[in-house]
Design a protein around this ligand. Structure first.
Ligand SMILES: N[C@H](CCC[C@H](N)C(=O)O)C(=O)O
Length: 260
């Protein structure tokens, strides 16, 4: 069986993207998803996204991590899928779609996608790190000399050591100025550092605001794959109107043999 696919990336977080409105993709085939995401034997990506029909909204987002298992919310993936829906003509410049953590609004302006994330009302501050859920679970920890920090080794240690088998994504952060932070993320499900993680940088912005490192309501994040901005409102520790904004681009399209 041959399947049509598109490749998208959002600040270097890359995805195999497929139009599954006709239910052609075998979603229970974990081995197939892992193969398509494999960078040597397959197409290569941090995850796989399916666009499906949805009764309540413009479309449904289904997201798998590179290991083949269905993931929780993916911020960069959400931005890429909105760009794809816009490319297909499923949505215009405004979109609302359903994902595993509920409905998301988004706005497209050229290659910039601004995506509304879930409200957050719980940020656990624990000594040298914070833990919160922005659609996916995130550990946020300030470190010195992030450029030379061993994100893979330290991230893997915390992902299993502190959070067990179900795990968490692990973000390491360095503050650059009042409203700007550098972030590197170890992603569970990819089990490696990725160039950028959307729910991760969102978690960093909220955790840095909550712990008083910044008073800005628009936080700039630099990742190895590019720059993202997180805007939000806060009242009594509850974060609403949280928006993740940045580029999402189609890289190429093709056809892949799926005999697995
Ligand atoms: N790259 C994704 C994070 C996905 C989280 C995923 N790794 C999981 O824990 O299921 C993002 O842009 O938000």
């Amino acid at each position: 069986m041959k399947l049509q696919f598109f490749k998208y990336q959002g600040t270097g977080n890359d995805f195999v993207v497929m139009d599954n409105r006709q239910h052609t993709f075998p979603k229970n085939n974990t081995t197939l998803v892992a193969y398509l995401c494999d960078r040597r034997f397959g197409i290569g990506a941090d995850g796989l996204l399916l666009l499906e029909n949805d009764k309540m909204s413009d479309f449904r987002m289904v997201y798998f991590n590179a290991d083949g298992a269905e993931g929780s919310m993916c911020g960069n993936g959400g931005r890429c899928l909105v760009a794809f829906a816009n490319h297909l003509g499923v949505v215009g410049n405004d979109a609302v779609f359903n994902a595993v953590d509920g409905l998301h609004h988004a706005h497209v302006d050229g290659n910039i996608v601004n995506l509304k994330m879930v409200d957050v009302d719980e940020i656990h501050e624990k000594g040298n790190y914070s833990f919160l859920n922005t659609g996916s679970p995130h550990h946020v920890q300030l470190v010195k000399d992030l450029e030379h920090f061993d994100v893979y080794k330290e991230g893997k240690k915390l992902r299993y050591g502190l959070y067990g088998q179900s795990g968490s994504n692990i973000n390491f952060v360095e503050q650059l100025n009042d409203d700007t932070f550098q972030v590197r993320t170890y992603e569970r499900g990819v089990e490696d550092e990725t160039l950028s993680c959307g729910t991760g940088v969102t978690a960093v912005a909220l955790a840095m605001h909550s712990s008083g490192k910044t008073t800005a309501n628009n936080v700039n994040i630099k990742t190895r794959g590019g720059d993202l901005t997180i805007g939000f409102e806060e009242q009594d520790g509850t974060y609403t109107n949280v928006f993740l904004k940045g580029p999402a681009d189609q890289v190429f399209k093709g056809e892949v043999e799926c005999s697995i």
